[in-house]
Design a protein around this ligand. Sequence first.
Ligand code: ARG
Length: 592
Amino acid sequence: MSLQQELTALFSQAFEAEELESSFGAVAVSQRPELADFQCNGALGAAKPAGRNPRDIAAAIVAHVDAPELIDTLDIAGPGFINIHISDKALAGSVSAMSDTERLGVAPIHRPLTVVVDYGGPNMSKALHVGHLRAAIIGESVKRLFSFLGHTTIGDIHMGDWGMPIGQLIVELQDRQPDLPYFDPEYDVAVDGPYPEESPVTLDDLSDMYPVITRRCADDPEVAERARVATFELQNGRAGYLAVWEHFHSVSVAEQTKDFKALGVEFDVWYGESTVNQHLEPMVRTALAGGVGYESDGAVIVDVATPEDKKELPPLLLTRSDGSYLYSTTDLATIEMRVKDMGMDLGLYVVDARQGLHFEQVFRAARKMNILPSDVMVEHIGFGTVNGPDGRPFKTREGGVLRLGDLIALVTEGARARLDEAHIAEDYPDEERDVIARQVGLAALKFGDLSNHRTSNYTFDLERFSAFEGKTGPYLQYSAVRIKSILRRADKQGLKAAEMIPPTVSQERILMLRLVRLSEVVHRAADLRAPNVLAEYSYELATDFSRFYEHCHILNEPDVRRQASWLALVSLTLDVLTKLLDLLGIEIPDRM
Ligand code: ARG
């Protein structure tokens, strides 16, 4: 149990003893650390329903709380806030208990869930670019966070591989290379032999073709119509198109895996829209039979609006009038698959906030269609855009979209320049410097993203992100590396960590108070699906540590008990920082 939980339990009992609702006993970290460590404000809330004076209630509560081991003093402030000062001994005990467990004292969850994290998969045939960054970074962090708390997590890329864009690419390829056997309707594998093994295109080709064909479809209804037909035929199993699809798929997966790997992002399953192809038709049939779906101008739709809606919610389209399926159809069938085959209890869709309407429609339709049982929750975890200095979505200097690989190269170069400037890792072997530059670059990129609340847009500012001072990834990495080096030096001097004793210096006490908050912080980050809560706390922890280290000259401390206790504190700080950075997807170099 964390210190805050222990205090909450104690105060809840006191409220109960006073015949008041126990939930008023909730204890929080003090907003004014100079006045108190923790506080309980329940007397104020309890006053009105009980028809009593809040200060009187607070006094009664204080009288009920008897825990001299845990609490030093309790005082009542203002209209009835209870300020709690905890004892140094209890504080040290609580910090020390954290280091005994692998979970670092983070409270276990009551009910482990199977959580599917869908991190906004890119469309097939697209090279990853800056627009794919946030889903990957935020999704990976959310997944790590839930799995650290003890949930079973499944990261699914949900590749966009079955919709209109694929039909469009088929048309574009046909126009560029009309003689390929895939387009010959007469081609018969049994007679003419298998389709060629080699892909007619690379992912680069496909990425180039993408904007061209999107433009063409927008400009020319005839081309758009061909793309629609190609999509329909693909979805209905036209052999040549399926064979092209296989090529698109394999070149995409190969390249995208590389890019994601470079970013430290790994999916457990590489499913896509096409995975549920077999389920689309029966799902639509069931919806029609049950009356939830109905025909309208040849299309099949599901009404999702309710009388309470403030904004008008258009119906969801299950099939187009030609019978082809849409993004929503595959998303619905995917929910069905995740519930039935993966045992999903909670689905987190880490996808651009601009898809909010889509998910609102899909989730509502899923409930109506009985695909989503009432005990399974799904949420759209939306995020904002990465902007350039002009406040518009980030572009390269030439106005193009920056490829993910180029972006990683860019941040790595930025990090290398900063390392040189600060004379960090100067005399290390080249290979090691390369690894460090890359790790620092990625930390700059990821922390620059994750330190913002996911729903805000932010400006990509490499200069600021890669600084070694301030609230940045490199600063945190550097802090962790410095702690590693302190511990290495202590080890060389033959010093060993031992039992944690009550703090004697204010900076030490502050650091301890920061550490004991870990459990609440991690749970809060998960509850809010907000990695920035972890980012903020990591930064505070690193600065508290730095102040502590400035005041406490650990390696020269003459009092050996104190010194050994400090070493235990240093080592726990490193473990906590390492865990937090890992949850943010940030690696720590061994030295730098
Ligand atoms: N492929 C989609 C896109 O590029 C994102 C997929 C998000 N996940 C989902 N289940 N719809 O916009």
